[in-house]
Design a binder for this molecule. Sequence first.
Ligand SMILES: [Zn+2]
Length: 452
Amino acid sequence: MAKKVVIDPGHGGEDPGASANGIVEKDYTLKISQYMADRLSELGIENALTRDSDVTLDSTTRPKTAQSLFGTGSDVILVSNHINAGGGDGAEVIYALRNSDTLSSKIASEFIKSGQNVRKYYQRRLPSNSSKDYYYMLRETPNNESIIVEYGFLDSTGDDVNQIKNNWQELAEAVVRALASYIGVPYVAPGGTTGNYYTVKAGDTLYGIASKYGISVDELKAQNNLTSNTLTIGEVLIIPEIEVPETPDENVYIVKSGDTLYSIANKYGMTVNELKSLNNLTSDALSIGQELVVSEGNAATLEAYTVKAGDTLYSIANKYGLTVSELKLLNNLSSDTLSIGQVLNVSNSSTTPSNPSNTYTVKSGDSLYSIARKYGITVDALKSANGKTSNLLSIGEVLVIPTTTGARTYTVKSGDSLWKIATTYGVSVNALKQANGLSSDLLSIGQILVIP
Ligand SMILES: [Zn+2]
């Protein structure tokens, strides 16, 4: 029997629940629950709410109402939504004594994927009778698979207040993903697209999925907080955003009659040598109609942020218009722990350099490591390109960024050719074909190419 979901917005009416920092529990549990109901309906999962307005449900009527909707069977999942209080930080899931932790652990891992830390998922027993559940919504809804979800602490001194106020839809979506996966319904992102999500099918491997999206297994694991290579069928993975370089056309100059390397370089504020090296030119000869890559306005704007007391991944991400996931990925962080003085790369993708050849001017706080990471190259490659024997940098020092980066990808657009893409990145057509295992010159729009 297909599972159905009863969604219970905690508290309501005369019972506001907890409140602090401008958050009233009953209002957020209602918003979260209504969002969840809409999304489950979109996914074709039958659901109903115990309340859809600001009404009072006491401890007798609430479980009765819940069980009146789809009955008392074990095919009914009851999700009671709450916001915690008491000064902790992080989400919690409480599951009934009669149930396994499968659904709760899925919810916990989806929370982590959306940037919310999880304190624990657990069972709680009534002190006066340890065979019974502590919470009445679990105790008084027999046979249903009942859980309580606490999205975070509204009186937290960590990031929960922000998580609840600004991230509540993403947190509700995390529970929706877990429910879809648990029930066995293919997950579709809000708006009816597959978005950046992939539902694991029989026979999938991390490598296969990563290749499909032109990302590395490590990136895929980092984004999904995976510590092993084991996948579960039905598991929903978040596919990291792929950095797409700026539209090449904007950086391409077509040689006209009368042009010289000097006149073109001058026009774009480059030196002739920079122009030649960017285009792998060995002579000064130009032909009319030839396409040259130019780098106007593409000086790298690396932004670094030094962690201060009180900072969280969420607060820093927010400050720079990044998501927590992007910030973690950008810095290859596998946990949410920050240390004061830690330097984070906070450049968002619009300021990420896309030119294959570049120079970078060292700023305060930079290290060889942070610069190398920024450009997806190794520290050794950076040192050897600059003839450096030590790791010392001085502010204002200009570093050459080598063109042999290993982690770039490009998504094929209408009008692209192998030649055009190869030229843009200063690589040969053969190297491009080899890196992508291409035996013909045919490209399809949307195809993801690895740039060698
Ligand atoms: Zn509550």
